[in-house]
Design a binder for this molecule. Sequence first.
Ligand SMILES: NC(=O)c1ccc[n+]([C@@H]2O[C@H](COP(=O)([O-])OP(=O)(O)OC[C@H]3O[C@@H](n4cnc5c(N)ncnc54)[C@H](OP(=O)(O)O)[C@@H]3O)[C@@H](O)[C@H]2O)c1
Length: 257
Amino acid sequence: MESLKEKTVFITGASSGIGKSCAYAFGKAGANLIISARRKNLIDEIADDIRKKFGVKVYAYKLDITKRDDVINSIKTLPVEFKNIDILINNAGLARGLSKFYEDNPDSWEEMIDTNVKGLLYATHAVLPIMLERKSGHIINIGSIAGREAYPKGAIYCATKHAVDAITRSLRMDTIDKNILVSTIDAGLVETNFSKVRFHGDEEKAKSIYKGLTPLTGDDIADAVLYCATRPSHVNIAEITLLAARQASATVVHREN
Ligand SMILES: NC(=O)c1ccc[n+]([C@@H]2O[C@H](COP(=O)([O-])OP(=O)(O)OC[C@H]3O[C@@H](n4cnc5c(N)ncnc54)[C@H](OP(=O)(O)O)[C@@H]3O)[C@@H](O)[C@H]2O)c1
């Protein structure tokens, strides 16, 4: 297992769910962290707690991943001790709505495409020069089972995660001679704020998604991300797909009453 001590890990969307779990998992493993999200109060609290608990360095800053100039400038102006990013975890993302394509609000398409696809591209493009210069790096994308299968009422979310899958595979080819690894972690049902965001804050609707089964947790996904990041240097985990034990596919879920 490769040590993460003295490594610098940049996690986008670290204020909640999978990103927050990754921050704790990598902090516990001894990595120094850069964490970002739009809700600065939350990442500040997380940063303080991780510093206290694990004694690692944490730089937390407010970033809307859809703002290209902000992404680029924030990477260019990182404090000197955080400049050498070893691992980028492209996690910031969301689904908005669950409705038939012809009933969708196009505003939600823009939000998903801007965040899940363009945001991931901005962060990756901003961080890659650092990795290319240092001839070392690992990019871990948080994809989804929605990037492997399409499901009804999810055309645009599925399209964005299919895009993440394609970007992951192409980028792996583009960086194969540069000692830069590219991986994707694709999960099924994970109970985070994801469904609350998808249903615009409707808690009941969000809960119904996980009814009758035990969903995955953010910590389950962070565990897989950590595994991926700590293999010996001759190993690249191309992809990991994780499902809840009672989930067979995006559409086949066994629920107990
Ligand atoms: N939950 C699932 O079932 C599931 C399954 C497979 C894949 N995923 C993927 O996992 C990733 C994390 O989702 P989650 O389940 O952990 O949901 P979550 O709890 O809602 O967390 C989403 C994170 O993304 C951040 N984010 C959203 N829009 C952003 C923006 N414009 N700029 C910066 N950060 C932004 C949020 O921070 P702020 O709101 O503070 O900006 C938050 O920290 C997403 O890419 C999602 O597609 C989730």
